[in-house]
Design a protein around this ligand. Structure first.
Ligand code: ZN
Length: 438
């Protein structure tokens, strides 16, 4: 599937420290440290394309864009992969409701998502892969799990004629994956509490364990389906797509699995369990999650219908850099509520930064500061904040102080030191925060 066009990411004049981030599975802040010279594999779960990018999505993709930028700043080449869940229940239901073919709905929403990502200056994936593209790999993986006895069939009496002679859905046998729970560390009771709401089918008769995830759904009349070899016609379950796309495009284990924190369970837990069942190895070395963004006291979500869409803000003439800056003003691990005040504050900050960049460039008192150590100080502080668990509020404060100094609101030696040559600051703000100061 076509990716989108990446923004230019300027090189920093120094190498930053390896970023440290909070790893959900370890329950601790840990350094992301790929072996020198080796690619850092970054996999971020993509959208189900039935509604355009809302600010909760944007916050997630921005957070992992920062991880990407921080790894690059630390001198690591990054290979970034993202999927699109371009066939799944919610997409099919929405298409049915709206009287539009699901493929048409998906391709329209995927294009809108790409446009939003370009506007927000999110670095594009090296491989942007649709779930449908991965189906042959899914089929092979499920066949392997059946052969090893780690997956099992549950008869599907209501299946269509082309689903095989004894049609069946296929499930992973979690009892054979002793590491199950390694990502969330939840108890089975905690898992069951949310499983049905998050796409699981705990009450499907014939399952060995209520939590066992669906790997393959036999074809039912009226549902999209693909040739599944010995599985019969059907379609894959949700989690298997990421298991195989990550394995095919990054290899496992890769460095970072990322997504919104509603993916901790079941999605990332199941992706990890399926990888163990397939390879006996780990899925990812680190699991990193973005907290939810709320609106009017509730999580922003399609099912609740309380969405602020990036495309709608853009259509109303909002500068995407201000949207990006509004999201950057909040730390990724703290749930927060979007209000218009965030956007207003971001507009003012952006104006101020751009004004400072302009002033510092033209002011005779700062023109001779050069690119020496003083010129790099702000850039280095910025990198320090970003690599310290993506401390974006702290990073914005560093640039705010620089802008204050340039615009003459601070006096004395400290201000003079911060009134640095604008080029270094501009480069760092662009490379690390993805904000172009013009
Ligand atoms: Zn995923």
């Amino acid at each position: 599937m076509d990716s989108w066009t990446s923004p230019d990411v300027p090189a920093l004049p120094f190498t930053a420290e390896d970023p440290r981030v909070h790893d959900t599975a370890r329950g601790a802040i840990t350094p992301l440290a790929p072996p020198p010279g080796q690619e850092a594999g970054l996999y971020v779960c993509g959208i189900t394309p039935y509604d355009a990018t809302h600010l909760g999505h944007a916050a997630t993709y921005l957070t992992f864009d920062l991880v990407n930028r921080a790894l690059r700043a630390a001198g690591h080449p990054v290979r970034f992969v993202q999927n699109v869940t371009d066939v799944d229940e919610p997409l099919l239901e929405r298409a049915e409701r709206d009287g539009v073919h699901w493929e048409e709905l998906a391709s329209r929403e995927i294009q809108l998502f790409r446009d939003d990502m370009v506007a927000l200056r999110i670095i594009a994936p090296d491989a942007y892969v649709g779930a449908v593209e991965g189906i042959p790999s899914d089929v092979a993986a499920i066949q392997t799990m059946l052969e090893s006895g780690r997956a099992y069939r549950v008869p599907a009496e209501d299946a269509a004629a082309d689903a095989g002679e004894s049609p069946a859905d296929v499930y992973l046998d979690l009892a054979q994956v002793p590491t199950f729970g390694e990502v969330s560390h939840w108890t089975p009771a905690q898992m069951l509490e949310v499983y049905a709401d998050r796409g699981g089918d705990p009450d499907r008769a014939g399952k060995r364990d209520r939590l066992d995830p669906l790997l393959w759904r036999a074809h039912r009349e009226g549902e999209p389906h693909w040739e599944g070899g010995s599985l019969g016609a059907g379609r894959p379950g949700w989690h298997i797509e990421c298991t195989t796309i990550a394995r095919d495009h990054l290899g496992t284990p890769f460095l970072v699995q990322g997504g919104g924190d509603d993916l901790v369970f079941p999605h990332h837990e199941m992706s990890a369990a399926q990888t163990r069942a397939l390879t006996d190895g780990a899925f990812a070395e680190h699991y990193v999650h973005q907290a939810m963004v709320g609106l009017d006291g509730e999580k922003m979500s399609k099912s609740k219908g309380n969405l602020v869409l990036v495309s709608r803000l853009r259509a109303a003439g909002e500068d995407p850099a201000a949207i990006r800056l509004a999201l950057l003003s909040q730390h990724y691990r703290t749930a927060w509520e979007w209000t218009d005040a965030h956007l207003e504050a971001a507009r003012q900050r952006l104006d101020r930064w751009r004004h400072a960049a302009q002033t510092a460039t033209t002011s005779p008192s700062t023109a001779d500061a050069g690119d020496g150590p003083a010129g790099d100080a702000v850039a280095r502080q910025l990198a320090e904040r970003l690599t310290d668990d993506l401390d974006t509020p702290g990073a914005l404060a560093v640039v705010d102080r620089w802008a204050d100094a340039v615009l003459g609101e601070q006096t004395g030696a400290a201000a003079a030191a911060e009134r640095t040559e604008a080029r270094s600051v501009r480069t760092a703000v662009d490379a690390l925060l993805g904000i172009d100061l013009g």
